[in-house]
Design a binder for this molecule. Sequence first.
Ligand code: WT7
Length: 638
Amino acid sequence: MGKNKKNKSAQGSAEIYYPSPEVVERAHIKDYDSLYKRSIEDREGFWAEQAENLEWFKKWDKVLDDSNPPFFKWFVGGKINIVHNAIDRHLKTWRRNKLAIIWEGEPGDVKTYSYHALNREVSKFANVLKSMGVKKGEIVTIYMPQIPELVIAMLACAKIGAAHSVVYGGFSVEALAERIQDAKSRVLITADGGWRRGKITDLKKIANEAIERSPTIEVCITVKRTGHDVYMENDRDFWWHDLMALPVASPKCETEVMDAEDMLFILYTSGTTGKPKGVLHTHGGYAVYTSTTHKFVFDIKDEDRWWCAADPGWITGHSYIVYGPLINGSTIMMYEGAPNHPYPNRWWQMIEKYGITILYTSPTAIRGLMRFGEAWPNRHDLSTLRLLGSVGEPINPEAWRWYYRVIGHEKCPIMDTWWQTETGGFMITPLPITPLKPGSATKPFFGNEIAVVDENGKEVPPGEEGFLVIKKPWPGMARTIYGDPDRYKEVYWKDFEKQGWYKTGDSARIDEDGYVWIIGRIDDVIKVSGYRLGTAEVESALVSHPAVAEAAAIALPHDVKGNAIHTYVILRAGYEGSPDLEEELKKHVVHELGPIARPESITFVDSLPKTRSGKIMRRVLRAQALGQDVGDLSTLEQ
Ligand code: WT7
């Protein structure tokens, strides 16, 4: 195997892969330990230095305000706009004519935007939004396929000081309606549809149904992508291209001066209870954090062609398709559709065609493509690649090795980045110079102090499992849950309130070398194909069907998806379980939440294991399904 590989370590737990001299030679950071030490000893100094790389309308008065934990503020008194840094400042340099976006649609159509062109589109659409009365502080909901207009819409909102709430295009009616309602959006931006595996995803139809459930919506702007017939309502619905052709859509638009702590966006993510949380990020700290992590971890240079193959609808896309890379002046690649359409070589073909230098994707995508065999990637010239990345869930060593050998030709280190919607950017991650152990996200990024502890906050010995916590604030951290600061405190800060630590919700272990191994979620969050879903969301979607009295959802291992959702349903009187009903219920969940929430199985049962206080004991269901010992049942209701 790899020429840079050393054999099994003393514990036999992991092999180590060393970076080649060429990788080390070109890396921004050549010595992790000393910079890490400095960043911990003088955290604020370190972050102030990184913040100097951005353009501020006015410098901050104070780097960190920690007077009211857990509501930390960064770069207090600073004036900035993230779009000024992602676009405007590049226009003053040669980068004006550099490609900002290369986009390929699933049917094979291509669009490119230089920074100059991107600025024109963003400014025009920003003026359209203004003409619709969109104001600073208001939240615009965006529900779109992966097309350039999605990025343009996000940037246009931020440019005029409005916040965006992007709802992933794979979500369906109830998920969208719930998010629109929580954000009280007046304006929704969508598309007639998108292309996925040669078929049209009917976004406008879903949007129309969601609008019916969302009385706050006054205006819906729709991009014509697929051109199929959609219902448009007078005075409410407008075509994007019609508005962009109006005189109001001038290509000149001032970028709004924002406070560093002003809201940039909210992004909903699943938690333990039914209602998704609107995680809130701000202009200043988030800009500093995403650009710094992107630059150091992926060793970004001007000649790179960066491809983060996530959807902009998730935090990965927000931080590492849109904001971090554009702030760093990178050329970003975007692709609309499925990785295996029309054939499983689609991604490899695009890497060759566009000369991609860095690919950042998820274990589930790698496992999915691995299934088709090596012949597909081997048919393409992947020699432009110099770094690879992984995110979303632990990567199993087998997929890691395949990615390293078949895609990276044993010369591209894999950056396994651990982070969350709430952290805004990479928290635990290698750098290109870090010796790698497949399956480990390695070490904390600069400025971050982490620990694995027991429920009393005591650090567990090396190799033992415990709760992963973050001990000190960082600029990219979420500021609150939109409209619910108490829930923010409760979910993330209550368990280790005394110590003032952030609880990640993951369990992990740290080995003798200080390498972090993420085990998985300890709460009722399921990671399906790297996407985060709450068991409660799936359960309430099931219960919203007239046949269902009660439901429980659990995660069981799955070869490609990492985890799959398995459900248990108690039917209402008068209904009987059947394969037809099972299919109908699966469809119902897809209609309410979206295809990623489709249960793998539905088992009809007469009762569910519950605690005396009535909580469903999902671990009992899980143990039973896996044929394991069900453990301590003392709290089970008899
Ligand atoms: C959860 C956060 C961060 C962008 C995508 C997911 C899991 C994420 C890794 C990794 C092991 C990982 C954790 C985390 N996770 N990256 N490299 N190794 N686990 O964001 O949807 O907010 O999910 O994803 O369980 O808590 P998210």
